[in-house]
Design a protein around this ligand. Structure first.
Ligand code: 6R9
Length: 660
């Protein structure tokens, strides 16, 4: 990967601005080192102190870390709290009742504001409404919602009554939704009639109906519908209810359900290297601690800040840095329904200017596409907008290439804003490796150093530490509070995926490769080392896409690989063998389109292969293994220079050179 190479070569250093350092939560590298040293000295004591200082406990904990059933670690295990209470009631008590919690900007540009008092009221009413449907502590609720105050309120309402939510991104298909409903054993779905993105009405309720009609969702009793557009939908009597009707007669306070710190707050499905998506299960106490603390440490959040994270609540970034973190620290945040290119590619910059956003957190793929748009049309160039309110920029989801980093730094940050390149994962709950805006000198393309208390390291295949300068496998050596607790319904898979025996069962395996700089010790992430692709910051398992393809009646065999893409980071390239003869010309194009649409239906439009190639066979070893490394070379359009002596059928390579 060319980007990784340029990131590894990068030597420019950018220091945090002095005025920011002065007032930062972690001010200067000595303050950072002091926190790291505290964690080294007394790991449990360090986290216990932070958990007491940052969260309000209904029943204080006396045990910090319980390792007796490792790798099923428990944090603050005998403490009790409620996540929604910490996000809402605590702010009412702290004098933030009339502070704006959410500035909501709709797709079409309408803006509304919701105070902490109002959000608390809405969450309580919905929590009471859910209780009136018989939903109880421990029940699972699937949320399939557009970006909205109601989506956040639905998550918070579940947390309030101790129900475990599982948010499914609104871009996933009926089939994906059905699989998640079944795996989670959900009792209800909260959805909307439609979502509105870029002026287009996209069905949500109709997809829920389709998912339920696919069968197997016997645990579902109710579907609650938020009326977003007023679009035409079917309402099943006895099962479906309007959200506004459900909450209309509900009391506007709701005593929170006090739960154990380890109580599952949510399950979020994410792609793994094999089989079906994994239900990553997070606990309440440890997760919320990290959500709050990383808002303070990585984003240096202050009372006057206007925070904006552009992620969707369907991804982990939208959980930690929209639905929970900002509220847990009493911040004001922008929540955006639409897309960065509507009505034009200046939308983000225009919104930053209008809402006076001071902390802006987005993905490299968005930055890269907006660079292109700004190059093509001067009217949407960031120089046309007043971005002077910004003080900190953030990046998440995939490696940011030094070129995009520099553009972001110069054009959006006006060379005055630190960029926090935050490396983390669905499984880690929050930031793991990132610069601190008032401390860490930045190097473009490097996520720099682990947050205090995060014991990240690089090891070889046998789990031994590697010296700086040598690339290897990224691991975390000690459990941390916000870590994944298990895979829902599959504890064995949890152990195998993240704490494999080959590594002594004690190291958390991130699934990424990394290298540390010889002098600075800074980390650069070199990309996934398993069969997971990162397309526009979305995780996709190659196996998932292959299974979807072979489920099509025409397909005999399929292999999916990633191919570097200027805008999306990686693009999906599928090699397909049909049950009939290899098609060509117009027919091949037709079938390719049909298969792409099929994948969109099976998984969701984000999983559509960008490229599809047909062969009479796939390149295989004599023992029948598909040689994916050759497919990766072909996908890139490069000549094969590797050894192909173990290849059973070398002639096949020529056929697979052409995209349809
Ligand atoms: C938060 C999130 C996790 C995977 C992760 C890695 C990649 C995320 C990154 C990054 C380099 C960064 N990733 N942030 N790679 N630099 N700053 O994205 O979670 O969807 O689970 O993806 O994304 O490969 O393993 P998730």
């Amino acid at each position: 990967m060319a980007d990784v190479e340029s990131a590894k070569q990068e030597s420019r250093i950018f220091n945090p601005p002095a005025n920011l350092v002065k007032d930062a939560a972690i001010s200067g590298m000595n303050a950072y080192r002091a926190l790291c040293a505290e964690a080294d000295r007394d790991y449990a004591g360090f986290w216990a102190r932070l958990a007491r200082e940052n969260l309000d406990w209904h029943k204080p904990f006396t045990q910090t870390l319980d390792e007796s059933q490792a790798p099923f670690y428990k944090w603050f295990g005998d403490g009790e709290l409620n996540v929604s209470w910490n996000c809402l009631d605590r702010n009412l008590a702290n004098g933030n009742a009339d502070k704006t919690a959410v500035i909501f900007e709709a797709d079409g540009g309408e803006v509304s504001q919701v105070s902490y008092r109002e959000l608390h009221r809405r969450v309580c009413q919905l929590a009471n409404g859910l209780k009136s449907l018989g939903i109880q502590k421990g029940d699972r609720v699937v949320i399939y919602m557009p970006m909205s105050v109601e989506g956040i309120a639905a998550m918070q309402a579940c947390a309030r009554i101790g129900a475990t939510h599982s948010v499914v991104f609104g871009g996933f298909s009926a089939k994906s939704l059905q699989e998640r409903i079944i795996d989670a054993g959900a009792v209800a779905v909260i959805t909307a009639d439609e979502q509105l993105r870029g002026g287009k009405h996209l069905p949500l309720k109709a997809i829920v109906d389709e998912a339920l009609a696919l069968g197997g969702c016997d645990t579902i009793r109710n579907v609650v519908i938020y009326r977003r557009t007023g679009g035409n939908i079917a309402v099943a009597a006895g099962r479906d209810l309007w959200l506004h009707e459900l909450v209309a007669s509900q009391a506007d306070t709701c005593e929170p359900e006090w739960v154990n710190a380890e109580h599952p707050l949510f399950i979020l499905y994410t792609s793994g290297s094999t089989g079906k998506p994994k239900g990553v299960q997070h606990a309440s106490g440890g997760y919320l601690l990290w959500a709050a603390l990383s808002m303070k440490w990585t984003f240096d959040i202050k009372p006057a800040d206007i925070f904006w994270c552009t992620a969707d609540i369907g991804w982990v970034t939208g959980h930690t840095y929209i639905a929970y973190g900002p509220l847990a620290v009493g911040a004001t945040q922008v929540v955006f329904e639409g897309i960065p290119t509507y009505p034009n590619a200046g939308r983000f910059w225009d919104m930053i200017a209008r809402h006076k956003v001071s902390i802006f957190y987005t993905a490299p793929t968005a930055i890269r596409s907006l660079i292109k748009a700004a190059d093509a049309d001067a009217k949407v160039h960031p120089s046309q907008y007043d971005l002077s309110s910004l003080r900190i920029l953030g990046s998440v989801g995939e490696p940011i290439n030094p070129e995009a980093w520099m553009w972001y730094y110069k054009n959006i940050g006006r060379e005055q804003c630190p960029i926090v390149d935050t490396f983390w994962q669905t499984e880690t709950g929050g930031h793991m490796i990132s610069p601190l805006p008032g401390a860490t000198p930045m190097v473009p393309g490097s996520c720099t150093l682990p947050l205090p208390g995060i014991m990240a390291a690089i090891v070889d295949e046998t789990g031994n530490d590697l010296p700086n300068g040598q690339g290897g496998i990224l691991v975390v050596k000690r459990p941390w509070p916000a870590m994944i607790r298990t895979i829902w319904n599959d504890p064995e898979r949890f152990k195998k995926s993240y704490f494999p025996e080959e590594f002594g069962g004690k190291l958390y395996l991130a699934g990424d490769g990394a290298i540390r700089n010889k002098e600075s010790g800074y980390f650069t992430i070199t990309g996934r080392i398993d069969d997971v692709l990162n397309v526009s910051g979305h995780r996709m398992g190659t196996m998932e896409i292959e299974s979807a393809l072979v489920a099509h009646p025409l397909v005999a065999e399929a292999a999916v690989v990633g191919k570097p893409d200027e805008t999306t980071g990686e693009a999906i390239c599928a090699f397909v063998v049909l049950k009939r003869s290899r098609p060509s010309g117009e027919e091949a194009r037709q079938i390719a389109k049909e298969l792409r649409d099929w994948v969109a239906k099976e998984i969701g439009p984000i999983a559509k292969p960008k490229e599809l190639r047909f062969g009479d066979n796939l390149p295989k070893t004599r023992s029948g293994k598909i040689m994916r490394r050759l497919l990766r070379v072909l996908a890139k359009g490069e000549e094969i220079t590797q050894d192909i002596s173990t290849l059973e059928n070398p002639a096949i390579l020529d056929q697979l050179k052409q995209a349809q």
